[in-house]
Design a protein around this ligand. Structure first.
Ligand code: HEC
Ligand code: HEC
Length: 409
């Protein structure tokens, strides 16, 4: 048997230390050797390598996800999803480590009930709070809040990916409407995460000042100033092999399930290739626009006015006109649930036949300079396929967007 930590007789203690504090607790930091100008006598390994690597990898993944999600254009969506997936995997691993890691990594060590958090907050305000080797109760609450928020962000992000972009494991079952709602929440939660991160950093800086301990450094090298008597004995033994096995099983299982679900046909996405006759007749002067890009009423109006088609005579013989109209109406926006089908249903009142006049199109392409549309490799706003590699399928996925560079020759 190793001796149990007995913090009360610590020579540093300015006042009695409450018992039953699993976090390692040393009151009266003001009398600690380190602040009397002498180096601390002992240091103790608090943050194990996994916790430290996890912490900085998560910070990097979250920073990448926030940057690509809030600041960069839609063409960064692929990196955004990769960063979010990495963050989710890290959170899963951290949760397992919270039950099987060493003493200071365990939730049982630093997660207290609301009463504990409240008491600590009151002590903090009254400048009576002690020092914790691990997370203090407020810090512990922050860890739980951050992990819970990241789980909610991952869930809403996956639902948004499924419903709006019709990709990922939920695409087979998520409508555009549900995906859009999830996307709204996903965005709001991202701002909540930013706020929590700001609070977390402020808390760390505050606590570093208050206890005169470099907490950022401690998350890098893992060590903190020791407390006599509280150093060696830690009840919880880490189970790294078991933890690694469980994490591997969770990651492999979710990858397999996700891959299997992603194989299912996405809800409301066109699968048939463009009708060859349509592609030939209506692709003579511009790209053949996918029927899902306009509602049936627009196609009917357009097909009834081919003799004056945006200033051109695009007339076809009556039988071909009828066949093209029937094809367009049967496959119009109403028949699909893609993002394009949903956003191009709303037409501009003054120019209802043009999809480049729709509010969505104008807004999403507002930042592209007119010179880019006029450049030879693009040749006009209506030449969607110049930038959208999947224009013919009607999907318009962000991952398929590239603005062609003008070749100088
Ligand atoms: C004789 C050439 C010609 C043919 C054939 C033709 N179009 Fe067009 N189309 C045009 C021109 C010119 C424009 C206007 C382009 C512009 O202003 O940038 C246009 C524009 C359009 C637009 C609006 C694109 C935008 O900017 O939003 C749609 C939709 C469209 N055509 C559909 C069709 C369909 C459907 C057919 C087949 C029945 C067809 N077109 C056949 C010449 C043609
Ligand atoms: C010069 C290149 C270019 C052309 C031409 C172009 N687009 Fe785009 N489009 C873009 C870019 C870049 C974005 C991403 C903008 C952003 O970051 O929000 C985009 C975004 C979109 C989106 C939203 C994708 C998403 O889910 O975020 C749709 C839908 C779309 N375009 C449809 C069209 C259609 C329809 C046409 C043809 C009538 C067209 N685009 C022509 C470059 C182009």
């Amino acid at each position: 048997m190793r001796p149990q930590p007995t913090p009360s007789p610590a020579p540093f203690a300015a006042r009695p230390v409450p018992t039953g504090d699993p976090g390692g607790h040393d009151r009266g930091a003001a009398t600690d050797a380190a602040i009397n100008g002498q180096p601390a006598r002992t240091t103790i390994a608090v943050w194990d390598p996994f916790v430290r690597i996890f912490h900085w990898m998560l910070a990097t993944a979250v920073a990448a996800a926030l940057t690509t999600g809030l600041l960069l254009p839609a063409t960064w969506t692929r990196l955004h999803i990769a960063a979010g997936t990495l963050a989710a995997a890290l959170v899963a691993a951290r949760i397992v480590w919270g039950f099987l890691g060493p003493h200071f990594a365990r939730f049982a060590t630093f997660v207290g009930g609301p009463a504990t958090v409240l008491r600590y907050t009151r002590e903090l305000i009254g400048r009576r709070a002690g020092r914790h080797l691990g997370h203090n109760p407020l810090g512990g609450a922050m860890i739980v809040a951050l992990l819970a928020l990241l789980i909610a962000i991952t869930a809403t992000g996956t639902a948004a990916l499924g419903g709006v972009l019709k990709a990922g494991p939920l695409a087979f079952a998520t409508s555009y409407a549900a995906g859009s709602a999830a996307r709204e929440i996903h965005g709001l939660l991202a701002y909540a995460l930013l706020a929590l991160i700001a609070l977390h950093v402020a808390g760390v800086l505050f606590e570093s000042r208050r206890t005169r301990e470099d907490l950022v450094g401690a998350m890098i090298h893992g060590r903190k100033r020791g407390m006599p008597g509280a150093g060696s004995a830690r009840s919880a033994q880490a189970r790294p092999v078991l933890a690694a096995g469980i994490v591997a099983a969770i990651l492999a299982g979710s990858t397999l399930v996700s891959a299997a679900l992603s194989q299912r046909p996405a809800a409301g996405v066109p699968t048939a290739p463009l009708d060859p006759a349509y592609a030939e007749e209506c692709g003579a002067c511009h790209i053949p626009y996918h029927p899902s890009l306009a509602p049936a009423a627009v196609w009917t109006a357009l097909m009834n006015g081919l003799s004056d088609h945006f200033g051109e005579d695009a007339s076809l013989d009556p039988a071909t006109t009828r066949a093209m109209r029937d094809y367009l109406v049967a496959n119009a926006a109403e028949a699909y649930d893609t993002r394009a089908a949903n956003v191009f249903r709303r037409r501009a009142a003054d120019d209802p036949l043009r999809l480049t006049a729709t509010p969505f199109w104008r807004r999403r392409h507002a930042e592209i300079p007119a010179a880019v549309f006029a450049s030879p490799p693009v040749g006009g706003e209506g030449n969607c396929a110049a930038c959208h590699a999947d224009a013919a399928t009607g999907r318009f996925a962000p991952a398929a967007i590239t603005i062609p560079k003008e070749t100088t020759s």
